[in-house]
Design a protein around this ligand. Structure first.
Ligand code: MN
Length: 495
């Protein structure tokens, strides 16, 4: 069986999505989760980009125990040195070089050049990087639109120079599976076999995962992807889609991928928790509705044998089951058992808080599903010693009048009450909170969604604010979306 290596680039390419904002601390936590997911390589970032990016790569390099950490350097030697330095403490260091090779990208993108110049620079940079890292990955950018002869020339040149991985990038997401197969196969056949061939696909045609699988069939042994397929424009190949596809078809393809599938769903939830990015509810594998059946016959079949209508057991990818809801009468012991069953370990204090929140929610909701319990636990885990506490709030609305909100907040011994008008109830509430806390945060984005299915579903609110230059995210779940929104806002400005 040929082993397929997985490179997670959520922290770099994924973070190019305007919906994905990580703090440095958040990046470290996410990298540690990627290690539990057992990805082979963590693409930690581009250290030459900024001091914050550099700090994040350094912290990730220090915080993982065995996973290879990769850092990007574009086309010059100084950036390679910066990347190598940031990776210094990684268990295994990989430098990633990116140079555009298609004519159109050479012409219009930074650090382009004539073909022979690109070839010479690529070789020189690989030689430099080889002396500073354990592994060197070279990406010829926009490979799908490059002249195939020139692409092979560059790939053979950098292989000769010591690149250990050649990562063909469909930077603009234009490829279709048959085309991508030919491009990858062409390079695999041209190389001497010293470098691993890799594929990096974008989803502009909705084909990133399909193209990645084509690349594997063509001989690629490494795939780049992000959790939930997040990334710039339409995003990247979704790691979870490829991993599940390989679980089903790996044997037939003669390949295997050693990802710890049980950690797929928790990783996607952590992404939402840390960045505020909500994945589309119909997204394959990790979407909220990905395992919800509406056809009666199918619902009955799932109970008898899920394989009849489901290609994968949701619990095998770490999704909490909703088969055994717990009710408002559940005692603390039963709640604790459920939390444990879902794979969470909480401190005594966290457990008390979570139980309290569960009890208050359970009285407003007929059944509390596993997904609800998971959301409650995640809310408690993500708390970071919030300064402000919501004591009470009220909203008054009447058609024809601007909604008014009154909030009462407590910080230590001090209680503050403020009122404000707004365009809508949530806007009014945020304005009242801003007055009460005297914050200068600017609201960037606010979203709310039903977390589970059904009319009394829990509402999850995610608020993104800008404090100075930094974006902060707050998240909260409640049966009442206005309350969830206020709490999420308080968390965002408190961070
Ligand atoms: Mn990309």
């Amino acid at each position: 069986m040929r082993r397929i290596l997985i490179v997670d680039t959520t922290l770099r390419d994924g973070a190019q999505s305007p919906q994905v904002t990580f703090s440095v601390e958040g990046k470290v936590r996410f990298a540690q989760q990627l290690e539990r997911l057992k990805v082979d390589v963590i693409d930690a970032g581009y250290p030459a980009l900024s001091a914050e990016e550099r700090a994040a790569v350094e912290r990730i390099a220090q915080s993982v125990s065995s996973t290879t950490v990769m850092a990007l350097a574009h086309g010059d030697e100084v950036e390679i040195e910066v990347a190598a330095k940031a990776l210094a403490q990684a268990p295994k260091k990989r430098i990633h070089l990116y140079i555009p090779v298609s004519d159109i990208h050479r012409r219009y993108l930074l650090r382009g050049g004539e073909r022979d110049e690109v070839l010479k620079t690529s070789i020189a940079l690989v030689e430099k990087a080889v002396s500073l890292a354990d592994e060197v990955e070279f990406t010829p950018g926009d490979a799908a639109r490059a002249d195939e002869g020139f692409l092979k020339e560059v790939c053979c040149g950098v292989e000769e120079a010591g690149a250990t991985v050649i990562n063909l990038s469909d930077t603009v997401g234009v490829a279709i599976p048959s085309k991508w197969y030919r491009v990858v196969k062409g390079v695999v056949d041209a190389l001497k076999g010293n470098a691993v061939v890799s594929s990096h696909c974008h989803d502009d045609l909705g084909l990133a995962s399909a193209n990645s699988l084509s690349a594997i069939e063509a001989g690629a042994s490494q795939i780049h992807g992000t959790i939930g397929g997040v990334g710039t424009r339409a995003g990247n190949a979704a790691i979870e889609e490829i991993a599940v596809a390989l679980k089903i078809w790996g044997e037939e393809l003669g390949v295997e991928c050693l990802l710890n599938l049980k950690e797929i769903y928790p990783t996607s939830r952590l992404l939402t928790m840390l960045t505020g990015c909500m994945l589309p509810s119909h997204k394959a594998v990790v979407g909220d509705l990905a395992f919800v059946h509406t056809i009666e016959e199918h619902r009955m079949a799932v109970v008898k044998d899920h394989r009849a209508v489901q290609i994968v057991d949701p619990q095998s990818i770490g999704r909490p089951s909703s088969r055994t809801p717990i009710t408002r009468y559940a005692g603390r012991m039963m709640f604790e058992q459920k939390v444990h069953e879902l794979g969470y370990t909480l401190s005594e204090g966290q457990l008390s808080k979570a139980y309290q929140l569960f009890s208050s929610i359970a009285w407003k909701k007929s059944d509390v599903t596993d997904a609800d319990v998971a959301a409650i636990v995640e809310e408690v885990i993500s708390e970071h010693g919030s300064e402000w506490e919501l004591v009470s709030f009220s909203i008054s609305m009447e058609s024809g009048c601007a909604p008014r909100a009154k909030v009462s907040l407590r910080r230590g011994e001090v209680e503050v009450e403020e009122e404000a008008e707004g365009n809508g109830p949530v806007d009014a509430a945020f304005k009242a909170v801003e007055r009460a806390t005297e914050t200068t945060a600017r609201l960037v984005d606010f979203s709310v969604r039903a977390l589970t299915y059904g009319k009394d579903a829990l509402g999850e609110a995610i608020v993104r604010v800008k404090l100075g230059n930094r974006e902060r995210v707050g998240r909260a779940v409640r049966t009442d979306v206005v309350e969830a929104a206020i709490r999420a806002f308080l968390k965002a400005i408190d961070e």
